[in-house]
Design a protein around this ligand. Structure first.
Ligand code: SF4
Ligand code: SF4
Length: 486
């Protein structure tokens, strides 16, 4: 059974990261005797003892451990403050409506879990309305005084709905986009055509609900292929296992190349993680399962996670650091993987997994990162953090890593969610709201510094910055490679 500390502090030590205070479950998924008809897709056993013996915990009548996770909210309504600046939940900041706050979602969930009936009604329109604008940013897990994890609660809600009804074509496309691109590379040409023909974009909006006003991300002409291992790999250089996520692989492979160059130059032997020898589909690239999980396809995400864990087994056994580039993918390994019932290896992996700049800052502090950067004297750099980077204490190491470049005039934009939130900004009904979220802080800050270089590690953040401000943000690894060449 997992253990959970609801007052977890993700920022306390970004290097010796404690992934949600969770310990690996001894069994893949502990039985949930109180589930009362609910067959949970995720493993909620971390909450099994929540509220035990507390008559005021307000645990819903049905839903077992999932209901206990909902009841973590103590109802102090800090997420509904009238002064909205600085409130954690971007949808409440935008609308000011209680329904669109974390508490509002908790109340909607409690209503369906307490309702009479043979089945728990995850189809309730009230619940759908409450969940609609949750962008899964993890702001609540980080900032709510009791650590309510609405992003994870919402994943279960989406999984329950997907189990009953399947996915709509649009959500299916979002969930499988990178897998489809790999299987049918000609889809890239179709996307480029759609982006250039307004009629095609309008048809895409009518038939699929994809915002016509939004350019779809175009795959790179060539997806990432791992370079042959450098001769140094055979030496006693410290090893690093690089996780090239599906977004980097298909859309921005240059980010992986930049990270490899920086790490090689700094004295590491980089090995790109490849499918395990016993993998049943070795020709298929590895994927962490992020886009599947974000759309409620828990079983499929679990299968991808298992493939990745098998591929990582040698690195885990050897204690090799696992470095990733995309925050939403890397932090998935350190957080949601605990809820997928994957066994004890998850805990070992969580301790070895680092976002690129977390790793750089950690290694530099330990005196192992052997690379001096040239100056980018006076260059103004604005940094926009991905929601999950902020939620898991990743901003401090990001600043420390970039501060290794002499002469940078570095400024972190004080902003909440950029509003793109994976696929949210591409949904026709949410496109305008998505840009409004960006207008709260991010876009004004970019406009105030029109010449600045913009660093954003998140794939969807970079899209939003491009679409909202016409600027091309870069991954931190790309800026570091540029400084390396001076
Ligand atoms: S979600 Fe958190 S901040 Fe909001 S009412 Fe519940 S405990 Fe308070
Ligand atoms: S995950 Fe983000 S959008 Fe959803 S309830 Fe939490 S803070 Fe709000």
């Amino acid at each position: 059974m997992q253990e959970r500390n609801p007052t977890q502090d993700f920022s306390a030590d970004a290097f010796g990261f404690n992934p949600g205070g969770n310990a690996a479950p001894a069994t893949p998924s502990a039985p949930d005797p109180a589930a009362d008809g609910m067959r949970a897709a995720l493993d909620w056993s971390a909450y099994a003892s929540y509220g035990q013996g507390d008559a005021y915990a307000g645990i819903p009548a049905r839903g077992g451990h999932y209901a206990r996770a909902v009841a973590v909210c103590i109802g102090n309504r800090q997420c509904q403050r009238a002064e909205r600046k600085g409130v954690m939940c971007p949808s409440f900041r935008l609308t000011g409506e209680a329904l669109h706050s974390t508490r509002g979602r908790v109340e909607a969930l409690k209503a369906v879990l307490n309702a009479d009936g043979t089945e728990i009604d995850f189809d309730s329109p009230e619940l759908a309305a409450a969940m609609e604008l949750c962008v899964g940013c993890k702001g609540c897990k980080r900032e709510c005084p009791n650590g309510v994890d609405m992003a994870l609660l919402r994943t279960e809600y989406l999984a329950q709905r997907a189990r009953q009804h399947g996915l709509a074509p649009r959500e299916r496309a979002f969930a499988h986009s990178t897998r489809w691109l790999e299987r049918w590379p000609w889809l890239g040409a179709l996307i480029r055509l759609r982006n250039r023909l307004p009629l095609a974009a309008r048809l895409g909006e009518r038939w699929l609900g994809l915002a016509a006003a939004r350019r779809l991300p175009e795959p790179a002409p060539r997806s990432f292929t791992a370079p042959p291992p450098a001769p140094s790999a055979a030496t006693d250089r410290p090893r690093v296992a690089l996780l090239v996520d599906s977004f980097t692989r298909h859309f921005e492979p240059g980010n992986a190349s930049a990270a490899i160059e920086v790490l090689n130059a700094a004295g590491y032997a980089v090995e790109v993680i490849a499918p395990a020898a016993e993998d049943a589909t070795p020709q298929r690239a590895l994927c962490c399962g992020r886009s599947l999980l974000s759309n409620g396809l828990v079983e499929e995400a679990r299968a991808e996670a298992r493939r990745l864990l098998a591929a990582l087994a040698p690195a885990i056994a050897a204690g090799t650091p696992v470095v990733g580039l995309e925050p939403s993918c890397l932090y998935l390994l350190k957080d949601e993987y605990y809820s997928l019932g994957l066994g004890a290896e998850v805990d070992k992996l969580a301790k070895l997994a680092f976002l690129f700049e977390d790793f750089v800052a950690r290694e530099h502090a330990a005196g192992r990162f052997q690379l001096a950067f040239g100056p980018l004297s006076g260059e103004k750099v604005l940094v926009h953090g991905h929601c999950h980077q902020k939620a898991y204490g990743g901003m401090k190491p990001l600043k420390k890593a970039l501060a290794l470049i002499p002469g940078l005039d570095l400024e972190v934009i004080e902003a909440g969610c950029c509003g793109m939130a994976g696929s949210f900004g591409h949904e026709a009904e949410h496109h305008a709201l998505s840009l409004q979220m960006a207008e709260a802080d991010l876009l004004p800050a970019l406009r105030a510094a029109p010449q600045a270089t913009v660093v954003a590690d998140g794939f969807s953040c970079r899209q939003q910055i491009h679409d909202g401000a016409g600027r091309q943000a870069v991954h931190a690894a790309v800026l570091m490679r540029r400084a390396m060449k001076l």
